[in-house]
Ligand binder design. Structure first.
Ligand code: ADP
Ligand code: SF4
Ligand code: SF4
Length: 588
């Protein structure tokens, strides 16, 4: 068995620009006369590493000027070949989650660990090669690889078309590039069983069925993508991040909807990073761990509660595997030094009309060195309010006290820009290497163009860009989208550090309540009817604002006894009734 794997990022390897295979010149195995590092057979002859010869000395990853090499030791307990490897010195996946009829099974893990790859294999879109990329395995071999497992039966049924599947892709922002026409036209095209009307109703699409796909917001696109997935006649549904861009009300609605799909003939798999929603939506959980971009392993199946707690803990009890050397903790520690009343900007009761939308606010103020979470549905006036603070929109009634310069990270980051990350992040590189570039691990993206970044990479770059600008008030609109849980925790810390060091105000709009709860000092709450009228209240202390917001949503949250993470109470459960009676929608 191989002890380690070598990953070469072919986008980053430039053999002619590093001094003609610098890595091979330095490799002790090559120097002793063997071909451990050698030119590949692709047209650009990018470097390749023989993983059997490599001794793991660690020289080449350190010395490659473009950071193209990673050498990773495999766990000793891993004594089987992979299910799939993309190619020589590329990512490999060691196991697959098992879909189950009548159950919603969740998959949780960091980005780049192989979640989407696993779904593609189960979804028949990627034939597994059992690690033999030059000579891919035949179906018979794949079946005997999984012999005696539930997966064997599942794969056989998929192969015989006894199971048909339907999958929702992760990046719904790409849909308008693939389809043109109205929502109705797109959905009619896939409506195998004449269910369009009822599904449009359940996912609240009826008000925009006649809209052109190219004009939809991200939240609308997400729901259309979910509708298109379930309209197809299938009995295995795969959902890759079904709640990005959805507000909390919609997240809960989509959770109920996805839960309603599982029955004796239907199985559902979901990848999701919002842990409150993942917990609420699923019956069982598979954890994926390993080393991002190098290899991924799927844990045995666990109950949702235990699975999420084990994921946060970084330890799988049944397998006796520690896959992270620390636990992830979203529990807040009261920090009195963050409480201050130094005003950044204030406002009295404001009223404004933009188009047919009316916004009204109570009076309030924002402080220096403060992070204020913003809670509210999509289309309820959050951006309009920020434009008022920035002076771009003049209120018809009321006025601001003070002036601020604003920097804004929008919710949607679709970019086709040819600009290099290093150019785009020039200010951050000059001024905030320790606060932004290092913790967000941006240096390894410097040589890439903006258009080459994945959703999560682009998000990190956009956050750093926004926070490095010369401004007083910063608005981050949905910074958690496409980020995994570890990255959400890092972003929270980055935001806190920068608010303190720059003495600025940061407003965070986000629909992941666990993230928002962790990052916010205070919260503002928007209520009303999306696209018609909105009211802003606050900022409130966290507890009070969350309580008000959850009451409006009609859900209660408790803390998990083991991990202290927030969980949604089942409607009508003892805890739910108790908390409602005490008017404690939010745990204390
Ligand atoms: P996740 O869904 O957990 O974020 P993915 O399954 O998308 O992870 O990717 C796992 C790894 O496989 C990543 O390093 C990714 O770059 C790599 N990968 C994905 N698709 C391909 C491909 N077609 N060829 C080579 N590598 C790929
Ligand atoms: Fe040069 Fe790095 Fe490529 Fe090796 S991996 S050939 S050092 S660019
Ligand atoms: Fe050679 Fe492996 Fe050392 Fe790299 S890590 S220099 S490939 S022995």
């Amino acid at each position: 068995m191989r002890k380690r794997i070598a990953i070469i990022d072919r986008q980053k390897c430039h053999p002619q620009e590093c001094g003609n295979y610098l890595c091979a010149k330095l490799c002790p195995v090559n120097r002793a006369g063997a071909d451990c590092i050698y030119p590949g057979d692709d047209p650009a002859k990018k470097a390749r590493i023989d993983e059997f010869l490599c001794t793991g000395c660690g020289i080449c990853p350190k010395r490659c000027p473009f950071g193209a090499i990673d050498i990773i030791n495999l766990p000793e307990t891993l004594n089987k070949p992979p299910v799939h490897r993309f190619g020589e010195n590329q990512f490999e996946l060691y196991s697959l989650p098992t879909p189950m009829f009548n159950q919603v099974v969740g998959i949780v893990g960091k980005n780049g660990i192989g979640k989407s790859t696993a779904l593609k294999i189960l979804g028949n879109q990627l034939p597994p090669n059992l690690g033999k990329w030059q000579n891919p395995a035949e179906f018979k071999e794949v079946i005997s690889f999984f012999k005696g497992t539930e997966l064997q039966k599942f794969l056989e049924k998929i192969h015989k078309n006894e199971i048909t599947l339907s999958a929702k892709p992760q990046q719904v922002d790409l849909i308008p590039k693939q389809f043109s026409g109205t929502v109705q036209e797109l959905l009619q095209h896939v409506d195998g069983q004449g269910q369009l009307a009822s599904i449009a109703e359940a996912l609240q699409l009826t008000s925009f069925l006649d809209h052109d796909i190219s004009h939809l917001s991200g939240g609308e696109l997400q729901r259309v993508a979910i509708a298109a997935t379930v309209l197809k006649n299938a009995n295995l549904y795969l959902f890759d991040e079904p709640t990005s861009y959805l507000d909390i009300k919609q997240r809960i609605n989509v959770s109920h909807f996805i839960r309603s799909l599982a029955n004796g003939h239907t199985a559902t798999l979901v990848i999701e990073h919002d842990l409150i929603v993942l917990d609420y939506m699923t019956d069982l959980i598979n954890i994926m761990y390993g080393h991002e971009g190098a290899y991924g392993i799927v844990s045995g199946v666990k109950s949702s509660r235990e699975g999420i707690n084990a994921f946060l803990e970084g330890y799988l009890k049944e397998e006796n595997v520690r896959f992270r050397d620390h636990a992830l903790k979203f529990q807040k520690i009261a920090d009195e030094s963050r409480v201050n009343n130094r005003k950044m900007i204030g406002w009295n009761t404001l009223q404004v009309d933009v188009g047919s939308f009316h916004l009204q606010t109570s009076s309030g103020e924002l402080h220096h060195n403060e992070i204020v979470g913003i809670l509210g549905e999509n289309g309820i006036g959050k951006t309009t309010f920020i434009k008022i603070l920035a002076g771009f929109i003049k209120p018809e009634q009321g006025q601001l006290e003070g002036e601020v310069r604003v920097s804004y990270k929008p919710q949607y980051l679709e970019t086709s820009s040819e600009q290099l990350v290093s150019e785009f992040l020039q200010l951050a590189i000059e001024k905030y290497t320790n606060q932004l570039i290092n913790p967000l691990e941006l240096e390894k993206l410097f040589t890439l163009k903006l258009k080459e970044l994945s959703g999560g990479q682009l998000q990190r770059v956009a956050i750093a860009h926004c926070l490095s600008q010369d401004a007083d008030l910063f608005l981050l609109d949905e910074p958690s989208a496409y980020m995994d849980i570890e990255q959400r925790l890092i972003v929270s810390k980055v935001i806190k550090t920068l608010a303190f060091e720059r003495d600025i105000t940061i407003l965070v709009v986000d629909h992941d309540l666990m993230f928002l709860d962790y990052v916010s000092d205070r919260v503002m709450v928007f209520t009303g009817t999306p696209a018609k009228e909105g009211q802003l209240q606050g900022p409130f202390p966290l507890q009070e604002g969350m309580n008000l917001f959850l009451q409006g949503l009609g859900i209660t949250l408790r803390r998990d006894v083991g991990s202290h993470r927030p969980r949604i109470n089942k409607l009508g459960s003892v805890k739910d009734r108790e908390q409602r009676e005490q008017n404690k929608w939010y745990y204390s």
